[in-house]
Ligand binder design. Sequence first.
Ligand SMILES: Cc1cc2nc3c(=O)[nH]c(=O)nc-3n(C[C@H](O)[C@H](O)[C@H](O)COP(=O)(O)OP(=O)(O)OC[C@H]3O[C@@H](n4cnc5c(N)ncnc54)[C@H](O)[C@@H]3O)c2cc1C
Length: 432
Amino acid sequence: MTQRPDPAPPTALAFDPSCRVWTGTSTPGAVAVPELVGRLDIDEASLSWAARDYGELVHHQPLAVLRPGDVGDISAILRFAADFSLPVVPRGQGHSLAGQAQAPGGIVVDMSGIDHVHEVTADHVVVGAGARWSQVLQATLPLGLTPPVLTDFIGLSVGGTLSVGGLGGTSHRYGAQTDNVLALQVVVADGSVLNCTAEERRELFDSVRANYGRGGIITCATLRLVPAPDIVRYRKLKCPSLNDFLRVQRQLVRGGHVDHIEGHIKLRENGQPSFEVETAAFTDAADAATALEGIDRGEAVQLPYRDFVNRLAEGDLIIGEMGIGQSTHPWCNVLLPDGAAKSFLASATADLHQELYGEFGLLLAYPLLTSKLTTPQMALPAGELIYLAAALRHAFADSPEVITSMTASNERWFNDATAANATLYAHPFIRA
Ligand SMILES: Cc1cc2nc3c(=O)[nH]c(=O)nc-3n(C[C@H](O)[C@H](O)[C@H](O)COP(=O)(O)OP(=O)(O)OC[C@H]3O[C@@H](n4cnc5c(N)ncnc54)[C@H](O)[C@@H]3O)c2cc1C
């Protein structure tokens, strides 16, 4: 995402409630901003930065950006903002697609500074919620440990993915990242700092996970750890058809041997779709389970686990180098009931053209077991097996007609998904 601006330190600030603007502390009727360890930025560069995200479809400027120096700053600003009904919205790494981390007319809390790794033990890590998953891994991998579930891109923040769920290739076995949290520290609307777990303040624990920042601001998380494999056997199983793609994924998930299972439907140079099931096995025995009738499984690539979990870094770099503001991402993610997966993905595959997906676009689809997804706020379709399906589109920001076609295609996704009793995942739907 966009580099965070670093403006000159602000002078003493106050809020004038009658005009709802920042002013000096000597203005009559103005209320001074509480003293902070960090800072409250109101310069144009900071406000524009906070009005952007990875989607680049929604842009709402806040009145200020808080760079908290500690958790006390977040409490103080929440209390201050409550007096003037200013919305306060946390922002992790800004990889939202529809403005979820923006605060129109309010205060964005830039969580990236709250990223300290406090403790790593044999079975858990305690980390500031603004830390990226890559920072968590930096602390745990030297001890041979990893969180059981990682998102495909590990540059997202802990608080950001715990606010949506956090799904990855091992979710068929371990559920979402929100199912692997042991404890949370949360700052609630009145500024109180509360700890919660499945046993203590269960209501808060349940209301803050996968609730898009609505239950409170997560400031610290205790995350479960499991042993990390040294080497991963990584394969792309080439499936002749969508039917085979779905058959192979179901077979692998139900077999329970393969550690990581995802799937990509891409456009080949000849204009035809390719169906690839992505697997990663942490042992030779698990890798043997990928030998399936009628499927070309090619050669396994042996990768250090560290490189495997960081496999998207290069792609993100390429997109980053194209320049911030040039890329727009009208993505759509849904969770489908198994019975609807075939017809939904057949129709999505028929729409898989460069005009609707861009040069780097693809369809992501993989199965999950609902018995493993236990986070109460995560809306799931009915059934034992469900599918995550995502339209990962890319457009240049200066092609408004392309963006409109992509958004209209998302609308078809939304309508088909709703008719199939699917649920939306991670992002609200934006109408064309
Ligand atoms: C390139 C890319 C790859 C992705 N891969 C995956 C994937 O593999 N699996 C998956 O499940 N999702 C994936 N996503 C979706 C991603 O999980 C969500 O968009 C996530 O919210 C982004 O995290 P962030 O740190 O950028 O959050 P932000 O965009 O900064 O914030 C997202 C939401 O979380 C809230 N929030 C942020 N921090 C906190 C906090 N500390 N406390 C409370 N609320 C908070 C915000 O207010 C906002 O509502 C991907 C997105 C992108 C762009």
